[in-house]
Design a protein around this ligand. Sequence first.
Ligand code: ADP
Length: 297
Amino acid sequence: HIAVLGSTNMDLVAYVAKAPQRGETVTGREFRTLPGGKGANQAVAAARAGADAVSMIGAVGADAFGTQLRTALDHSGVDTDLLRTVDTAATGTAHIVVDDEGGNAIVVIPGANATLTALAPGDEGLITSADTLLLQLEIPVEGVLAAAQAARRHGVRTILTPAPAQPLPPELLAATDLLVPNEHEAATLTGLTDPRSAARSLLSQVPEVVVTLGARGSLYAARGAEPVMVEAPHVTAVDTTGAGDTFVGTLAVALAEGGSVPEALAWASSAAALSVQRPGASASMPYRSEIDTQTNG
Ligand code: ADP
């Protein structure tokens, strides 16, 4: 059973040849609304990877996006009993402009996600009953910390994706079992741009680290062991949005099932490689059978 506490957003994506400058208006090619938010993305990834149960703790507004996001999670097999609907804020949105070179510019408006500053009744009970708690930083850090400490008190494994990149309170790292930054986030946390050096430095605060390195794969480091480099499959990427969330959600499932770390990392790399070959964040996430086929060649 995997619990996720985090953000639920609607991604509002405009596709244009070239992004507008200030004061300029351009005509775009296409508009799409896509379910997003790192929390919801990780929940969908874990559900598709075949977790026996996945529960999402989060918040949406009392509006149409909130209803659509709840329905999308339900359809993915994610339990939304603890996804609250608040009437004090709108559903979180990400306003994304994607240009023809694949570059993007994004404004995130947290909305209802900003209300997640503390655990609500029922949250701690759910976290306590889970094998693993997945956390990211698109909600207030106080809420993330409260959940991590509840998990720690009950021996539940905590996996933290420290994104968006920001300095972290030491108490949060102290309640984290596995930290999964990308290269940029690892550099923000440590001031070190070399991933091996950053991973080594982070091991003074957390027992296990995976630094994801995009197409170059990932680097696993644990206290008292040599770091291990995991290659990513060579694929043609069309949209890398959500690659990191696919990686973490799948990794959590493999570890919760008792898989070894090398097996879990290979499986997560397969899943992430599949996701980058298709457009969308959660829409591109692979199902268990596809991940198995990719892994076993
Ligand atoms: P994020 O999406 O959080 O920025 P990364 O870009 O590091 O994270 O990607 C996460 C993981 O997704 C990588 O460790 C790798 O396994 C996989 N991945 C990302 N981009 C590619 C790619 N172009 N080809 C194959 N795998 C990829």
